[in-house]
Design a protein around this ligand. Structure first.
Ligand code: X2X
Length: 339
């Protein structure tokens, strides 16, 4: 709005200078019919923002300039918690949010994050593009949000620390770890004996730097692009869960779009999501080398003792109860028997 007004005023004053105040310039200052904000919590350099930018350009072209997707990376419009509220009220039209956090509104959305459920990416995509993802999308719709078909990749979450490597569950005892504002993650790290603190991603770097917490857990692509290696020393490849981002729309804003525009937007966003998956999976598989060169010390603990520790608690049975039998059966269809 501001931008187009400024353009208009500039055009107007140029026109005034040459004595041509009026109509032709109004037509030239024409703006998109729909200008929608898309917020996310990741740096501009992450594949999410690179692929979203390409999608925005394609959408502009294919709609003949009618639809303008404005991207706000790095939590520029607020923390994840704030942005979820803005998405619900319509202040923001689009938001990519991890299911782990979306679960504060849609409890089923964190189910893919159940500890040690998925062995690899192939199983993840089968589940999330299959019955498990379809089930979660249905629950999201009930909360008056629209979720695009394709979930975007964050990756398998790993543990970084400033104090010591994590070799087994005992190293988590009393460990001060940052987790996203997510009931599932808090529960899981408590079950592992750690002391989790919920902090939004936009405050993670400073909380590590000031040692409010000793560590955090995220896919290593993010340890690289968010420069967490600057404030962490060890990276333990705990692979404790897979995490992805639902590309969410405010329902009223989505349904307000003419059908032809909606089709173009959905097609390009879903295609960008599939490319983002490829990029991010590759980055997670290759970035260890760069992080090692930057001084991060890696180790790969055996996952079995962590899983056993969770099994000794009521972690799996408690969450099975919370999600319900239907949801849990969709998860086990892909992940195998968990509880
Ligand atoms: O907050 C995080 O750790 C992040 C970036 O992985 C999520 O969005 C869940």
């Amino acid at each position: 709005m501001l931008v187009s007004r400024r353009h208009f005023l500039q055009a107007g004053s140029t026109a005034a200078a040459v004595g041509l105040v009026g109509a032709p310039y109004v037509a030239r200052a024409q703006q998109a019919q729909f200008t929608y904000k898309y917020a996310n919590n990741l740096p501009e350099t992450h594949p999410m923002n690179i692929r979203a930018k390409e999608a925005a350009a394609a959408i502009k072209t294919e709609t003949g300039g009618r639809f303008d997707l404005q991207i706000f990376p790095s939590s520029q419009l607020g923390s994840d918690t704030d942005t979820l509220s803005q998405l619900r009220s319509g202040g923001v039209e689009f938001f990519t949010l991890s299911g782990l956090i979306l679960a504060t509104l849609v409890p089923a959305a964190s189910i893919n994050g159940i500890g040690f459920a998925f062995p690899d990416y192939a199983t993840v995509w089968k589940a999330m593009d299959g019955d498990l993802g379809a089930y979660v999308r249905k629950q999201i719709a009930k909360a008056n949000l629209y979720a695009m078909d394709a979930i975007w990749d964050n990756g398998f979450r790993q543990t970084t620390t400033s104090t010591k490597p994590i070799n087994g569950p005992d190293d988590f005892r009393g460990f001060k770890i940052r987790v996203p504002p997510s009931p599932l993650l808090t529960s899981m790290f408590k079950a592992l004996g750690a002391g989790p603190t919920s902090i939004n991603f936009n405050e993670v770097y400073s909380s590590l730097q000031t040692k409010v917490v000793e560590g955090q857990e995220n896919p290593i692509a993010l340890v690289e692009v968010a420069k967490l290696y600057e404030v962490q020393k060890y990276c333990s490849l705990t692979n404790h869960m897979w995490d992805g981002f639902w590309f969410l729309a405010n329902r009223r804003a989505w349904e307000r779009l003419p059908e032809d525009v909606r089709t173009i937007v959905a097609k390009n966003i879903n295609a960008a999501g599939l490319k983002e998956r490829e990029d991010t999976e590759k980055l997670n598989a290759t970035v260890q080398k760069e992080l090692t060169a930057k001084g991060l010390v890696f180790n790969t603990p055996d996952p079995a003792p962590f899983r056993d520790k969770l099994r000794q608690t009521d972690f799996y049975t408690q969450w099975k109860g919370k999600y319900g039998d239907e949801a849990w059966s969709h998860l086990e269809k892909y992940a195998g028997k968990l509880a």
